[in-house]
Design a binder for this molecule. Sequence first.
Ligand SMILES: NC(=O)c1ccc[n+]([C@@H]2O[C@H](COP(=O)([O-])OP(=O)(O)OC[C@H]3O[C@@H](n4cnc5c(N)ncnc54)[C@H](O)[C@@H]3O)[C@@H](O)[C@H]2O)c1
Length: 459
Amino acid sequence: MEFEKNILCIGAGYVGGPTLAMIAYKCPQYKVTVVDINPERIARWNSDNLPIYEPGLDEIVKAVRGRNLFFSTDIERGIREADIIFVSVNTPTKTFGAGAGMAADLQYWEKTARQIRQYAESPKIIVEKSTLPVKTAHAMERMLQATNNHVHFEVLSNPEFLAEGTAIRDLEYPDRVLIGSRETPSGLKARQELVEIYANWVPRERIITSNLWSSELSKLVANAFLAQRISSINSITSLCEKTDADITEVARAVGTDSRIGDKFLNASVGFGGSCFKKDILNLVYICRYYGLEEVADYWEGVVKINDYQKERFVLNMLTAMFNTLAGKRICIFGFAFKANTGDTRESPAIFVCKRLLEERAELVISDPKALENAREDLQEAQGKISYVEDPYEAVAGCDAIAVLTEWDIYRQLDFKKIYGSMDKPCFIFDGRNILDHRGLFEIGFNVFPIGKPPLTHLK
Ligand SMILES: NC(=O)c1ccc[n+]([C@@H]2O[C@H](COP(=O)([O-])OP(=O)(O)OC[C@H]3O[C@@H](n4cnc5c(N)ncnc54)[C@H](O)[C@@H]3O)[C@@H](O)[C@H]2O)c1
C-alpha cells in the first residue's frame, strides 16, 4: 500500500510509543515508524510484553503493529524516509557541570539533531515532543542549519500533555493539542501540516496554535501549575494535623468554588513522576538565568514543599511507632508514582523506602505493576527488602503498612484478614488517603491518614 506520509518518531519511551501508536491507529493512511537507540526496548515493543504498562495500550499496538506502525533500531533509514520527525527523547535534569541538579540535560536531544542533520537528504518537519527549555527550537534550527547540504528543516513545538496511567484516553480525547511554529510562510505551512494530522481525530477547536516560544514555555508552566496544586494542598495537611482540621473537608470546601475547581486537590505523601520536579527545576533555572530571582524562588518552593511532605511522612511513622523502626517489618502498598502505571521515576516510594531503610526497618514491597522497576531503584540500598506481589502474602508478620500508591486494589482488600496476619500493635499510614480509616480503626489498626487526626488505640 502507498502511504500518504512517512512519520518517524525518535525515542520509543512513555511518550513516543503511545503517542505514535495513537497516530497510527487514527490515521491508517500514514506510515508511522518509532526508532530508539535501545535495542531491548524496541524488541519489547515488537513483542507481546510491551516495555511500558498503560491501560488500553496493548490493544492499540496489537491493532496497528505491522499494518502502519513499525518499531525499529534503524534510525538512519527512518530519518532518510521520513517527511515528519517527532523527537521524543528523554530530557532529564542535568547531573553534572553548570546547572547540575536544575537545568535540562540536552545531550540526547542534541545527538538526535546531529543524526537528523547527518542522514536527511530531503526537507523535513522536526517536531519537538520532548519537554524542553524555552528557546530550544532556536538551538535546534542552528544545529540543523550548520551544514551546507541545503536541506530545509522547519522546527515545530508540539509538547505532550498526556498523563501516565491515562495516556491512551488523554491521547484519544485531549483537552488540547498545542502546536507552536515560526510565524513565517514556511513555519505556518509546516504548522498546518501538523494540524491536519491531529485533525484526523481531534476537534479543530481543540488544536491550539501559537508562536514557538509560547508553546515551549506552556508545557513547563502547565506542569508547574499542576505540581503547585499538589504542593498547595499538601502544605495545608501539616496545619490540619496540628489543628484537628480534616484535609478532605477543607479540600471539598475550597474546591467547590468554581474559580478554584476540585481537581488535583487530593492530599498525599507527595508528587512523583519523571516530569513535575524536572520541569519545575528547569523553569527555575531559566528564571535565574534571566535574573528573575523572585519568580525562581516562588516556583522552587513547590519542590521544597514536596520534599518536606515526603520527609514528614517518614517522621510521622517514626514518631507513631515509638521513635524506633529498627528491626520492624513495614509493608509498602504501592511503589509506582501513581496508580495504573509501572513507572517509578521520582516516585515518593523511593525516598520513603530509602529513609525507612536508614532507620533500619525491614521492607516488604508490594505493587501490581512496578516491582521490576522497584528492584532496580533500590538495588544499591542497604538493608533487608523483599518484593511480594500478593498483598496478603506481603503483609503477613508486618508491624505496619504504608500506602504509597493509590491503586484501586488496596481499597478492596479484606483488612480483617490482614489484621489477623500482622504483628500487634498494627499501624497503617495511608499516604494517599484512600482507605476507610474509621473501618480500619474499628478492626484494631492504629490509623494515620494525611492531614487528618489519627485514629489510635494507644493511650
Ligand atoms: N512520561 C511522561 O508522562 C511525559 C509526558 C509529557 C512529556 N514528557 C516528555 O517527553 C520526553 C520523553 O519522555 P519519556 O517519559 O517518554 O522518556 P523515556 O526515557 O521513557 O523515553 C525516551 C527514549 O528516548 C531514547 N533515546 C534517547 N536518545 C536517543 C537517540 N539519540 N536516538 C534514539 N533514541 C534515543 C531512549 O533510549 C528512551 O527509550 C521527555 O522530554 C519528557 O519530559 C513525558
